[in-house]
Design a protein around this ligand. Structure first.
Ligand code: GLA
Length: 377
């Protein structure tokens, strides 16, 4: 199989679906604490051309990986049996079957322009596009949140990353022109208009090129720390602690857990403040909230790194209204809110600072809020 037009033996494909990557405006490491997030879907997306097969074989080909297709027997799928990019689509088929859906194999061609290892949810995009395709082709009738939950279970149970629900909800439920205000406790969601162009603003994304690997244990340790703190405080989740109760709660915790709790509580408050500002149409006022969020991730949560700090500091010094790392951290991408006039100057300043520091040039682009998972053909 070499392309979408030849999914299997020249037969016509049954359909083409797309699901995007995302940036998160604010609300980092809050999703596994039942908290709030405010992601935006990127125009970059994974596209899957899918044709069902009746022989129980899942045949996967990636435009980016190239090479031969990966052939898997659906009935033999189990966590730990698939490596590399193919584990993401395989995870979704395994998860559907584990949930009791009578689904089988398919010929799948994936073509994605979501940068990988950049903290922009390239893996969630692949999971969500497969989930959307199987949902339609098998008439499963799953709604957006159910598809996102399924894709998250695929990542947790098959891929082995204990991620929260933000990336998958963003990839499925975001809509064009809006940020998604999501309560990760009950998946209550609201589309919040983000008319950057109307406000004369741009959202600059800087992919630092530093690869993170959330499976390496650091993410799981942070999550476990938050859960331990909540248990020590007698709370279902850190979401249940409000800013007024923070000082007293910190006094009751061991020193190593205090910064984690401080980040989560202040970050949830930053999301609510950001949404209030967007509702009021005051987009520029978002800037300082982004920068404060970065300081909290750098100093309290400690998931920043020299490259993301340099990108944030340089962007702000070059006139950005605010900037922060986005996503899980340990590298990945930075977002900066900039005026349209300063977009190029800020991007150039960050690139120059990277060169001066001896880092590889970052990839920069301006993001516009795009649509979530959808059928294209
Ligand atoms: C990764 C995870 C998300 C979320 C972010 C941090 O992207 O997949 O669930 O926890 O990190 O906000």
């Amino acid at each position: 199989m070499t392309g979408p037009q030849s999914v299997r033996d020249g037969a016509a494909p049954e359909g083409i679906w797309a699901a995007p990557g995302r940036v998160n405006l604010i609300g980092e490491h809050t999703d596994y604490n039942d908290g709030f997030v405010l992601p935006v879907a990127l125009p970059h997306a994974a596209r899957a051309t899918v044709r069902l097969r009746a022989d129980g074989v899942l045949r996967l080909h990636s435009e980016q990986a190239g090479g031969a297709a990966v052939e898997l027997v659906v009935a033999d799928l189990a966590p730990g049996t698939v490596d590399g990019w193919a584990k993401y689509p395989a995870a979704v088929v395994w998860t559907l079957r584990a949930a009791g859906y009578d689904v089988g194999g398919a010929d799948v061609h994936i073509d994605s322009d979501v940068p990988t290892g950049a903290g922009l949810s390239s893996s969630a995009a692949i999971e969500c596009v497969l989930a959307a395709a199987y949902n339609d082709l098998h008439g499963l009738g799953l709604d957006g949140p159910a598809l996102a939950r399924l894709a998250q279970r695929a990542e947790n149970a098959f891929v082995g990353v204990p991620c929260g629900i933000m990336d998958q909800m963003a990839s499925v439920c975001c809509t064009e022109g809006n940020a998604l205000f999501l309560d990760t406790r009950d998946l209550a969601q609201r589309q919040v208009p983000l008319d950057l162009a109307g406000a004369g603003l741009r959202l600059l994304v800087v992919d630092t090129g530093v690869k993170h690997d959330l499976a390496d244990g650091a993410y799981a340790e942070l999550r476990a720390g938050c859960e331990r703190a909540a248990a020590l405080l007698g709370l279902a989740a850190l979401r249940d602690l409000d800013p007024a109760g923070l000082p007293a709660a910190l006094d009751r915790l061991p020193a190593e857990l205090r910064p984690l709790v401080r980040h989560v509580v202040t970050e949830n408050a930053r999301v609510e403040r950001a949404v209030a500002l967007l509702d009021a149409g005051d987009l520029a006022a978002l800037g300082p909230i982004l920068t404060a969020g970065h300081a909290s991730l750098r100093d309290d949560y400690r998931v920043s790194c020299p490259e993301t700090d340099l990108a944030v500091d340089t962007a702000v010094a070059a006139g950005a209204l605010g900037a922060r790392m986005t996503g899980g951290g340990f590298g990945g991408s930075v977002i900066a809110l900039v005026t349209a006039e300063r977009l190029d100057a800020v991007a150039d300043a960050v690139t120059a600072a990277f060169t001066a520091a001896g880092y590889a040039a970052p990839r920069t682009f301006a993001a516009t809020p795009a649509a979530g998972a959808r059928r294209l053909a």
